[in-house]
Ligand binder design. Structure first.
Ligand code: ADP
Length: 474
């Protein structure tokens, strides 16, 4: 753990398991409420000096940290693959994307503008200042164990906040690697602190300690709701990046090869373990056979294996529980009448939590897989007749994070863009995420946005100031 600029050891350790081999990949010291409280105190002290720096000065440090991340790309990428299983090429890309968040916010730190408002009385000066909220608590998941840290701490630090981070229990070494870059990049002691261990105890301390002014969380909707309930006690601000159930809609006028490649990308990247992964593939009735055939062929070409092998397309699921959940969803779907086009089982003759990339046909809206987030490499194909029908069915979920739509009719694309109830929509674009765009969801997919100026303002308070003078100005 990293508290007040020092690496801390406790008398308790936890072993981290590689999901591709089921073998240990290291041990970390763990703690709980006590360490969380110390970290919050340290962030509280550091806030006084960190907020006093100019945006320019804070920005330069963030840019230094970004450079350190890129220098350490290989060890960090290896930590990602060993801890959570994604292919090493994707892990390297994640490090670049993590650095990109620090770069963007490092540059943006010097552009935190306020406003001057027109006064009714011209001897008054009305202004809106933007100030950092204070100490923030950040809780991150394991699926993007490095970039989720910088996507939260980048804007928080740029805004002038100081932070306590609790990473996911399965990927603490990734967080340690990021914090080594914070240290090498010259972040002052206490500005960012790392606490690993008992999630409930650390979360409780973050949501009950009055020093903490904001909780930023990425993870499951249930834990998000729990944190929101606890945060309500202190009226803490919250940003919640929760689950998703992305529809991927393919009209009969779409470029089918492009659509197939894009379903592969959005469904099987990270073994389907992202909140913006495709969860429901809606294919217009007239192209369903052709599409299913081509998708199954493309899925058959995916190489599943240990992410450390360069040619691996898809690694394991993160743990046994994740594997069981996916397995159950597929079994239930098959029992209710879905057909397994390809895959449909775990890989038996190997160690590790591997599930075969799977395509299901004949899935219906009543099945569990149509409602519950899958977080695994299963593409269920649903069919539809009309645009109106598919909009209604795509929106019929409590989630609203990401929606994809493929069509070559620009008018239809624009209608879909307006009518899909999702915080982010990709029209013919399977990979729209960039650091300068707002990432976030509607409905139970979350509150608040990360990325771009919105992401920065999440960590700032607006303060309205009126200065009254007796001056005669003109
Ligand atoms: P997943 O099921 O994908 O692991 P979680 O929502 O359980 O998603 O985990 C996301 C993050 O939330 C992790 O860092 C995890 O340790 C943390 N977490 C889980 N339960 C709690 C809790 N009760 N309080 C605070 N953090 C929690």
């Amino acid at each position: 753990m990293y508290i007040n600029g020092k690496w801390i050891e406790t008398n308790q350790k936890e072993t981290i398991i590689n999901p591709a081999t089921e073998e240990a990949v290291g041990e970390v010291y763990i703690g709980g409420q006590k360490e969380a409280e110390e970290a919050i105190q340290s962030a509280h002290q550091a806030f006084k000096t960190w907020r006093a720096l100019s945006g320019n000065e804070r920005g330069k440090i963030l840019l230094n940290i970004a450079a350190e991340l890129l220098k350490a790309q290989t060890p960090i990428a290896e930590a990602i693959t060993n801890e959570m299983g994604k292919p090493i090429a994707d892990a390297r890309r994640e490090v670049v994307s993590a650095a990109a968040y620090l770069e963007w916010y490092g540059e943006e730190a010097k552009r935190v503008y306020g406003e001057v408002l027109p006064a009714l009385d011209t001897a008054k000066q009305l202004m809106v200042l933007r100030q950092p909220v204070g100490v923030i608590g950040a809780i991150t998941p394991w699926n993007f164990p490095v970039s989720m840290i910088t996507r939260k701490l980048g804007p928080a630090l740029a805004a002038g906040c100081t932070a306590v981070l609790k990473p996911a229990p399965s990927t603490p070494q990734c967080a340690i690697e990021v914090f080594k870059c914070f240290e090498r990049g010259g972040l002052p002691a206490g500005a960012a602190n790392l606490v690993i261990g008992d999630a409930e105890a650390i979360g409780k301390e973050m949501t009950s300690n009055p020093i903490v002014k904001k909780i930023t969380f990425t993870g499951s909707t249930n834990v998000g709701k729990l944190l929101m309930r606890n945060a309500a006690e202190n009226v803490q601000k919250v940003s919640m990046e929760l689950g998703g159930h992305a529809p991927f809609i393919i009209f009969d006028d779409a470029d089918l090869d492009d659509a197939v490649a894009s379903v592969i990308g959005t469904k099987f990247k990270n073994a389907g373990q992202t909140c913006i992964s495709t969860n429901r593939v809606y294919v217009q009735e007239s192209i369903k056979d052709e599409f299913s055939k081509r998708l199954a062929e493309a899925v058959g070409e995916l190489k599943v294996g240990n992410g450390m092998e360069e040619d691996t397309d898809m690694g394991p699921l993160v743990n046994e529980a994740a594997l069981l959940k996916v397995e159950q969803q597929v079994i239930k779907a098959a029992e209710s009448g879905a057909t397994v086009v390809t895959g449909g089982s775990r890989l038996e003759d190997t160690k590790g939590y591997f599930y075969a990339p799977t395509v299901l046909a004949g899935t219906t809206d009543e099945m569990t897989i149509a409602k519950e987030e899958t977080f695994g490499p299963v593409a269920p194909i649903f069919t539809f007749q009309t645009e109106e029908e598919v909009v209604e069915r795509a929106n019929n979920t409590q989630y609203g994070l990401m929606g994809y739509c493929f069509t070559n009719d620009i008018g239809r694309g624009m209608r879909m863009m307006h009518q899909l109830d999702y915080g982010m929509v990709g029209i013919n674009d399977p990979a729209p995420i960039v650091p300068h765009a707002p990432f976030g969801g509607m409905k139970e997919s979350g509150i608040g946005r990360e990325g771009g100026t919105s992401g920065l303002h999440e960590f700032m308070e607006e303060k309205f100031v009126s200065i009254r003078t007796n001056a005669k100005l003109f």
